[in-house]
Ligand binder design. Structure first.
Ligand code: AMP
Ligand code: MG
Length: 321
């Protein structure tokens, strides 16, 4: 059921149920972090491996203290600058944080989302919410209430409708090792913007070390239709004679009779707008009877880098030319 009833969402969550919640990144599948029932149901609904940790969503800064120990000044500075917002911080956890949330690790990933409805919900509840993206494991992330409803239907008691997600990409994840900041996942806040605040950030090839981490698996965020990523869409078009082709492009249309449908993510060439439109465009393309989706490689800076990361994963494995 899709609804805007905040109080009903709070009631359900209070009673160990799951509710999909809007955030500025993507919709999350939420549950009380202290409810074993609610958390195991998140893993079951998503079909997500239990070793994969969940991001904890909080509505006020005091809650960081309830969840963590040894928060550095650097981490505080990032919270001051980017919260509420699309930055997740991986911090040392208190013993009271259930290990089912952290995949058995001694760290916990925390974020204060920047969505008015969800902030209000979090402030109403006496516990934080674990909320991975509200999609089955490996599928395209949801950026609207109807995307979530389409995935889970009656298996989920409620989708709290907060409109389309403004940023439309998952959060950027930063952790700390030996007091140095490390980027674990590119996301809705450009790495350059974070480096402007705190200086250079090392990028860890998370994939090699944690091959099972969600969003880090080679094939993820993936359409069912064969998807090919290329820097030269026109050239690859010629390799697909007789095929029904869909295109996902940055800012400029292409004219060719093989094209059944094309999505332009930002006619102005604005990366933020393109990011916000990315998943909805992939959902639309994947719903059409196409043989192949060709996606254009984005400029490899700012949010273009995070978009390329998602497109690469969407186009991996069964989707190589
Ligand atoms: P999501 O599916 O968007 O909730 O993604 C969760 C992401 O947070 C995954 O990529 C995890 O690898 C990362 N994450 C969560 N908890 C931790 C942790 N304790 N240490 C490192 N990464 C984490
Ligand atoms: Mg996800």
């Amino acid at each position: 059921m899709i609804s805007t009833d905040l109080y009903q969402a709070a009631q359900l969550l209070y009673h160990n149920q799951n509710v999909a919640i809007p955030t500025e990144t993507v919709y999350g599948l939420a549950g009380n972090i202290y409810s074993e029932k609610a958390i195991s149901n998140i893993f079951a609904l998503k079909n997500r491996p239990l070793v994969n940790p969940l991001i904890v969503h909080i509505g006020s800064r005091d809650q960081v203290e309830d969840l963590t120990i040894d928060v550095s000044e650097l981490a505080q500075k990032l919270m001051d600058k980017f919260w509420p917002g699309s930055l997740t911080l991986v911090l040392k956890k208190k013993e009271t944080v259930p290990t089912i949330i952290t995949g058995g690790k001694d760290t916990v990933a925390i974020r204060m989302p920047n969505h008015p409805l969800t902030l209000k919900l979090l402030q109403l509840l006496p516990f934080p919410l674990a909320a991975p993206s509200a999609n089955p494991f490996g599928c395209i992330s949801p950026t609207s209430a109807s995307h979530v409803d389409h995935y889970f239907q009656e298996k989920l008691p409620m989708v709290l409708d907060g409109g389309s997600c403004q940023n439309g990409l998952e959060s950027t994840i930063i952790g700390f090792e030996n007091h140095q900041p490390i980027l674990y996942r590119l996301g809705a806040i450009a790495l350059e913007d974070i480096e402007n605040e705190i200086g250079p950030i090392a990028i860890k090839n998370f994939e090699e070390q944690h091959p099972n981490a969600p969003g880090m698996m080679a094939r993820h965020y993936a359409p069912n239709t064969k998807t090919i990523m290329t820097s030269n869409v026109k050239e690859v078009l010629h390799l697909h004679q007789g095929k029904r082709i869909g295109l996902l492009l940055f800012d400029t249309k292409i004219t060719d009779e093989k094209i059944v449908h094309q999505e332009i993510l930002s006619e102005q060439g604005n990366l933020k707008e393109a990011a916000a439109n990315l998943y909805a465009a992939l959902h639309r393309l994947d719903a059409l009877p196409l043989d192949v989706i060709l996606v254009e490689r984005f400029p490899d800076n700012q949010l273009g880098r995070a978009i390329n990361d998602r497109l690469k994963r969407a186009a991996t494995a069964k989707n190589t030319i």
